[in-house]
Ligand binder design. Structure first.
Ligand code: FA5
Length: 349
């Protein structure tokens, strides 16, 4: 077969091979076979020496024409394959935007966070700043700075989880008072702060006691702060959270960091003050401790207690939530039962 016949045959076969290729990999193989460096057309060029000199020009021209034709056809087929792949992909991944979406299960705020957020905004509105102390506190700030030196008998009231001889899971948020007092510049402004957070005690759990619970510390220090400022503040808080009608009472109490000290009780939500197992038949549930800041606490932080004085309080946020929502067991806050938690969705805003 002479070269012209070979070229004619290659022409037909080549176009046929290109047509048959339906994926990029096969097409690339065909491209290499036809127009590659060692492909059929190159082979024909290499055998040019066997062609009569007067025909060489024509053969060369034909080879070039065929190369152009093959390249054009290969490119066109490649474009078709790419398009077909894309069309298939679009078809496979087609999304019906009219289908109903999958409903996400929205969580809700924990009831204690609902109370916490509400109280924070309430205090911010009254000019308090919000601080956050560490949950792993030092003996120094949790007790010593708060007028509870080592071996003080009142330490027994708050049996503690110690981590080592100096660090402990804080039993109260009162350490926040000492940390803020040390830093505050009284020449610039009086001090009004709340410090919410988790606290831990080696308490026996029951309906109103948990070994882990939330407190919110409050502290106001300025010149001429009186006990009636404290009383007014506590009553406002109780009315804000529980409404105008819920009865409250202040009882004398003892805390080493306040003098005088009080505790505030709110009438039991369950028996309305008549007495039941939840309030241990007293008709009242204790919600906070408070008092006038002890001079030693101020002096420990380098503040002149003959010039400055103030009041402090520590609210039990769990107890607030118990009373506000009528919850008969504090442990429900910590067992994460969604049936319990989702009941508070409507309280979020
Ligand atoms: C204190 O912790 C003081 N630091 C509060 C304070 C601050 C007094 C500033 C004076 C000035 P007490 O141990 O009473 O006080 O706890 C305060 C509140 O935390 C209680 O009124 C109660 O609401 C809550 N509380 C106490 N123990 C538990 C517990 N085991 N579980 C749930 N809430 C508790």
């Amino acid at each position: 077969m002479d070269l012209f016949d070979k070229l004619k045959e290659l022409h037909e076969q080549g176009l046929e091979e290109i047509k048959k290729a339906t994926d990029e990999q096969t097409l690339n193989k065909v491209r290499v076979e036809l127009v590659g460096r060692k492909g059929e057309l190159t082979k024909i060029l290499h055998s040019m020496r066997d062609v009569a000199p007067e025909n060489r020009r024509e053969v060369g021209q034909k080879v070039n024409e065929l190369r152009d034709l093959f390249n054009k056809q290969l490119d066109a087929t490649k474009a078709e394959i790419v398009k077909a792949v894309l069309v298939k992909k679009l078809e496979d991944e087609k999304i019906d935007v009219t289908l109903p979406g999958c409903e996400g299960h929205l969580g809700s705020k924990h009831p204690i966070n609902v109370i916490l957020d509400d109280l924070e905004s309430y205090f911010i509105g009254m000019g308090y700043k919000v601080v956050q102390g560490p949950e792993i506190e030092t003996d120094h700030y949790c007790f010593e700075m708060m007028n509870l030196p080592k071996d003080h008998p009142a330490r027994d009231m708050q049996a503690t989880f110690y981590i080592d001889s100096e660090d402990l899971l804080r039993t109260q948020t009162s350490g926040d008072q000492a940390r803020v007092l040390e830093k505050h510049d009284f020449s610039k402004s009086p001090l009004k702060m709340v410090g919410p957070g988790k606290v831990y005690r080696r308490d026996d759990d029951d309906a109103t006691h948990s070994h882990q619970f939330m407190q919110m510390e409050g502290l106001v220090v300025d010149k001429n702060v009186t006990m009636s400022d404290l009383k007014g503040t506590l009553e406002m808080i109780a009315k804000h959270v529980f409404g105008q009608d819920r009865a409250t009472r202040l009882r004398p109490s003892y805390f080493p960091f306040t003098e005088p000290s009080v505790e505030m009780d709110v009438s039991c939500f369950n028996c309305d003050g008549k007495g039941c197992p939840i309030c241990k038949y007293t008709g009242w549930i204790e919600v906070l401790g408070a008092g006038m800041v002890h001079p030693n606490v101020l002096e420990n932080a380098g503040i002149d207690s003959t010039v400055y004085g103030g009041f402090a309080f520590g609210l039990g946020l769990d107890r607030f939530a118990i009373l506000k929502y009528g919850i008969d067991d504090i442990r429900d806050f910590y067992t994460n039962d969604v049936r319990f938690l989702k009941q508070f969705r409507k309280e979020e805003n």
